[in-house]
Write a protein that binds this ligand. Structure first.
Ligand SMILES: Cc1ncc(C[n+]2csc(CCOP(=O)(O)OP(=O)(O)O)c2C)c(N)n1
Ligand code: SF4
Ligand SMILES: [Mg+2]
Length: 256
């Protein structure tokens, strides 16, 4: 299998990436660029919007494109403004779970409800990575974080289910342990007309993995492979799995 050379999409002065060794955000960046290349997208017609956090660094500073590095929790609001003013542009939000569904959850559900024609790629590393690994609304029940040393007493959001409940037309989840599938999902999202949501599961190696039995990037990848269960159809999301397992795939790609 040949892999496209994506260096032309990157700012060489920003490489190597700012991420910790083995962080899945780098894999997501690579997969996004391959998807753009394989679709032969006009890079000059695309705008990438992020908030604040490690994941928010995926577009900026790494991508040699028009990028908006905005405020924590608000990338979807900025992206909505860009799309409203310039509907001809392809607007893609790439940011963290904290940005998109914790502090930014309100913008997420309303963009889904309105069927705003943007693609939202949420890098779900299960914590607020940049600030030291605090518990987020995506931290699974029982997991140890900086702020839940006895284990998280709360349950986490299933963000795919949340946006589906707000009538999102395209909803998918994939992990960084399945890059070829992740590329396919991103390609499908980028070609979907209307609101498209992709959750990319990629646990934070530094702040989540080490506290929850995944001390290395290899252990994180092995865990994601073990826990992800492939499937399609929206009814999957109403049947949560046990033992930390979760569904991956395109759950819906109909009209929003
Ligand atoms: C309004 C506001 N609240 C809090 C912060 C502090 N802050 C910066 S990054 C961040 C966490 C980012 O988490 P996430 O979006 O999940 O990205 P990650 O670093 O995990 O990839 C927080 C809480 C901030 N910059 N602005
Ligand atoms: S702190 Fe976590 S999310 Fe941030 S770069 Fe390191 S491994 Fe990635
Ligand atoms: Mg996060």
């Amino acid at each position: 299998m040949s892999v496209p050379d994506v260096k032309k999409y990157l700012r060489s002065e920003a490489m190597p990436t700012l991420f910790c060794t083995g962080c899945g955000h780098g894999i997501l960046l690579h997969c996004l660029l391959i998807a753009i290349d394989e679709l032969k997208k006009d890079y000059d017609n695309m705008v990438f919007v992020s908030g604040i956090g490690c994941a928010a660094w995926i577009p900026s500073p790494h991508m040699a494109a028009d990028t908006l590095h905005t405020t924590h929790g608000r990338p979807i609001a900025y992206a909505t403004g860009v799309k409203a003013y310039r509907p001809d542009l392809d607007v893609v939000v790439v940011s963290g779970d904290g940005d998109i569904v914790s502090i930014g959850g309100n913008h997420l559900i309303h963009a889904a409800r309105r069927n705003t024609d943007i693609t939202v790629i949420m890098a779900n590393n299960k914590v607020y990575g940049m600030t030291g690994g605090q518990q987020a609304s995506t931290t699974p029940h029982g997991c140890i974080t900086l702020t839940t040393p006895q284990g998280n007493p709360e349950r986490d959001f299933d963000t795919c289910r949340l946006v589906l409940g707000a009538d999102a037309g395209f909803v998918a989840r994939e992990t960084v342990a399945a890059p070829r599938n992740l590329i396919k999902v991103i390609k499908a999202a980028l070609t979907h007309e209307g609101f498209a949501f992709v959750e990319t599961v990629s646990t934070c190696v530094t702040h989540f993995g080490k506290m929850n039995g995944m001390p290395s990037p290899e252990a994180m990848i092995a865990n994601l492979k073990e826990k992800s269960v492939r499937g399609t159809g929206t009814d999957l999301l109403t049947k949560p799995l046990e033992d930390g397992r979760f569904y991956t795939g395109i759950f819906t790609s109909g009209a929003g």
